[in-house]
Write a protein that binds this ligand. Structure first.
Ligand code: NAI
Length: 343
């Protein structure tokens, strides 16, 4: 299922443009950090999505330029760019938004973990979350800025402090892990990734990323299995190293973010059975102190419709999950404590 959506999100958006002059519902989507490496191609893909009627782009610098450029693309949606120098910009950008994607923040350089970004990105996400909680408290908030394992709990704390927290509307975007898991297995098996649907559970960093091969009927053993899992867990590092200090995954992430937004829009506009793995406020491992967890989530008009349990794991996957839960607990507590100490 996940792999099927890969095609539909990227190419289907362009195709649908030809058939559908207007989307079923008018939907305003905001991107915060829209002039960045992820923000620009993500905004481009959203402009190609006929379910989006209004695209609202914010960045501390450069968003009006990006908006002017994208606005010439001949799809129906309107585009407006905002930067902080104009008073009330972020409020206007966010008011009426149904979906807010947040790729604002610094990316990794070679040798860095996602947690190394915490000190810079925590306050960026907190401030943008405050603006969203004030201007569009009912919007679906999609956190892309790393470390996602901690920036999602930070956002939740901000919304709680303002009395508007809705756990059904807050998502850590882990779609890129799912995209990689599907692509990498298709490379190993020489198959079409559209037919490879690998659920990825846990979180979004290193050992917290747990691909479940057994549920897809894939049986890798020994070094081949370990290399595959390491590649899914540390696929981001391949890109960081190849870019040599100029950033992390931006284009594949834009595709993944656009796919997740498309899934939410489809569900919001009435399509049933839309399922994506995503990092949400989850009951699955709460008894172990892990309050946020990524698993397959069915999306609906109100956001999270149903959180699926992880299902049957083999012994190796179970051992990966145990490491994941330990790391995640620390990442979540770090985010929550920071947010409470730095309101
Ligand atoms: P970038 O540096 O190219 O772009 C970030 C943008 O955010 C810049 O345009 C910057 O001006 C803007 N920005 C910074 N502070 C801001 C603020 N307070 N308000 C509004 N905009 C602000 O970085 P890139 O490559 O786009 O990555 C962004 C984030 O996404 C990073 O934290 C990165 O680690 C994360 N990421 C997440 C992935 C995921 O799977 N969830 C995958 C890849 C990256």
């Amino acid at each position: 299922f996940a792999a099927r959506q890969t095609t539909s999100a990227v190419f289907g958006a362009v195709q649908r443009r030809a058939f559908s002059a207007s989307a079923a519902n008018a939907t305003k989507v905001a991107v915060l950090g829209a002039a960045g490496g992820i923000g620009q191609p993500l905004s481009l893909l959203l402009k190609l999505n006929p379910r989006v009627s209004e695209l609202s782009l914010y960045d501390i610098k450069g968003a009006p330029g990006v908006a002017a450029d994208i606005s010439h693309i001949n799809t129906k949606s309107t585009v407006k760019g905002y930067e902080p120098s104009s008073p009330g910009a972020i409020k206007e950008c966010l008011t009426g938004a149904e979906i807010v994607l947040i790729p604002a923040g610094v990316p990794r350089k070679p040798g860095m973990t996602r947690d190394d970004l915490f000190n810079t990105n925590a306050s960026i996400v907190r401030d943008l979350a405050k603006a969203a909680a004030d201007a569009c408290p009912n919007a679906a908030i999609l956190i892309i800025a790393n470390p996602v394992n901690s920036t999602v709990p930070i956002t939740a704390e901000v919304f709680k402090s303002k009395g508007v927290y809705n756990p059904k509307k807050l998502f850590g975007v882990t779609t890129l892990d799912v995209v990689r898991a599907s692509r990498f297995i298709s490379q190993l098996k020489s198959t079409d990734p559209a037919t490879e649907n690998i659920t990825v559970i846990g979180g979004h960093s290193g050992a917290t990323i747990v691909p479940l091969l057994s549920q897809a009927g894939v049986n890798l053993e020994g070094a081949e299995r370990d290399e595959y899992i390491k590649r899914v867990q540390f696929g981001g590092d391949e890109v960081v190293q190849a870019k040599g200090g100029a950033g992390s995954a931006t284009l594949s992430m834009a595709m993944a973010g656009a796919r997740f937004a498309e899934s939410l829009l489809k569900a919001a506009q009435g399509q049933a059975g839309v399922i994506e793995p995503t990092y949400v406020d989850s009951p699955l491992y709460k008894d172990q102190g892990v309050t946020y967890f990524a698993s397959n989530v069915e999306l609906g008009p109100n956001g999270v419709e149903k959180i699926h349990p992880v299902g049957t794991l083999n012994a190796h996957e179970q051992s990966l999950l145990e490491v994941c839960l330990k790391d995640l607990k620390g990442n979540i507590e770090k985010g929550e404590k920071w947010a409470q100490a730095n309101p």
